[in-house]
Ligand binder design. Sequence first.
Ligand SMILES: [Zn+2]
Length: 117
Amino acid sequence: MRYDFSVLMEEAKRESEKSTCKHRVACLLVDEKSNIISKGHNYHSERSKRLGKRTIHAEYDSIRGVRKPSHNLVAFIYRYGKSEYGNPIHSCACCEELLRAYGITKIISMNEYKLGD
Ligand SMILES: [Zn+2]
């Protein structure tokens, strides 16, 4: 499977710039034809003042745009950084589990994609 990596990269960068967090992260949910079905970024939730700010992860933000199950999708994770393909990033255990619940088992770190491809 070949993804249109430069297009995905552009979108991921643009999406990560919406983040309100120190480490700006974007997640793209991409189908087998390299179409971006949903995308998301991390941000601080203001909802619970008592418990303090919660961070909504990019994976969670993006998954809201798709239905269960979504076996055909692959998750691309990007972390904003000065280098061309961003900084190293991996999904946390919670997000991995969330994606898996939707049938999304392939999570690709964009920083590593070029190296491994
Ligand atoms: Zn997470």
